[in-house]
Design a protein around this ligand. Structure first.
Ligand SMILES: [Zn+2]
Length: 232
C-alpha cells in the first residue's frame, strides 16, 4: 500500500470509525476491538478468585467439577449484552478473541486453572453453525488458547442434535432434553487431561451440564468450566 492509499484509508476510518460493540462510540486508532473505557468499566465478577462462586455453586450436585467461573455479570440492556450480541449475531468474531484473552488473563491469576491441558468450546449444532457461519465459543477458546499457551480442540466434542427451546421447562425435563445431544470422538487422546470447557453465557447451565456429563464419562483427569458471562 502506498502513502496515498494509507492516507485515504485513515480518512475513511475517520469518517466511519468502527464502533465499540459495548457502548457504540467510535473506536480510536489502536484501541483494539473494545474501547478502553468499556474494558475498565465492564461488570467483572472476580469469580476466578473465589472457589465457591455462584457459577460453581450452580453445578453442585450436578457435575463434579474441579473449578467453575464466569468473568462478567450478564444483564439485559447492558454493555455485556451488547458485546455478546455483536459476537453472536453481527459477525464480530474479533470480540470473541478479545473476550477470550481477558478471560484467560484472569484464569492465569487463579491457582485452580494453572494445570489446564486442553480447552474445548461448547459446540453449536452443525446446522446452526452453518447458518451463523461460525461458533462464537470457538473464538473465545481461540483467544484463551493464545493467551494461556495451551491448545484448544473443536474435534473431540460434537453436537449431534439441536435442543428445543427449554427456558420454561423444569430442570429434570431440561436435563432429559439435553441427554444424548453431545458425543465424544477420540476420547483416548484426552486420557488424564485437565479439560477446560468454555461457553459464552451461562444461564441454566443445562448445556454445560450435558457436555460435562459426556466428558466425565471419558478417561479425563478433571473438568473445569469458564464462561465469559453469567446470567442470574
Ligand atoms: Zn465502549
Amino acid at each position: 500500500m502506498n502513502a496515498l492509499q494509507r492516507l485515504m484509508l485513515d480518512f475513511v476510518a475517520l469518517l466511519f470509525p468502527e464502533l465499540c460493540p459495548a457502548c457504540g462510540t467510535g473506536l480510536h486508532h489502536g484501541e483494539g476491538d473494545i474501547c478502553l473505557h468499556c474494558l475498565f468499566d465492564l461488570p467483572y465478577t472476580d469469580y476466578h478468585l473465589h472457589q465457591d462462586n455462584r457459577v460453581a455453586r450452580q453445578f453442585w450436585g450436578r457435575l463434579p467439577l474441579h473449578a467453575a467461573m464466569a468473568m462478567l455479570y450478564f444483564k439485559k440492556g447492558t454493555k455485556v449484552q451488547h458485546l455478546v450480541h455483536h459476537l453472536k449475531y453481527k459477525g464480530r468474531t474479533a470480540v470473541g478473541i478479545k473476550l477470550g484473552q481477558l478471560l484467560a488473563e484472569r484464569l492465569k491469576q487463579s491457582e485452580q486453572y494453572q494445570d489446564v491441558d486442553l480447552i474445548i468450546p461448547v459446540p453449536l449444532h452443525p446446522k446452526k453453525q452453518k447458518l451463523r457461519g461460525y461458533n462464537q465459543s470457538e473464538y473465545i477458546a481461540k483467544g484463551m488458547a493464545e493467551e494461556m499457551n495451551i491448545p484448544f480442540s473443536t474435534l473431540h466434542l460434537r453436537r449431534l442434535k439441536a435442543s428445543a427451546t427449554q427456558t420454561k421447562k423444569s430442570r429434570y425435563y431440561r436435563y432429559e432434553n439435553m441427554r444424548d445431544i453431545f458425543s465424544l470422538s477420540k476420547a483416548e487422546q484426552m486420557q488424564d487431561l485437565h479439560i477446560l470447557l468454555v461457553d459464552d453465557v451461562v444461564t441454566t447451565g443445562a448445556t454445560l451440564e450435558a457436555c460435562g456429563q459426556v466428558l466425565l464419562n471419558s478417561p479425563i483427569k478433571k473438568l473445569s468450566i469458564a464462561a465469559v458471562a453469567f446470567a442470574e
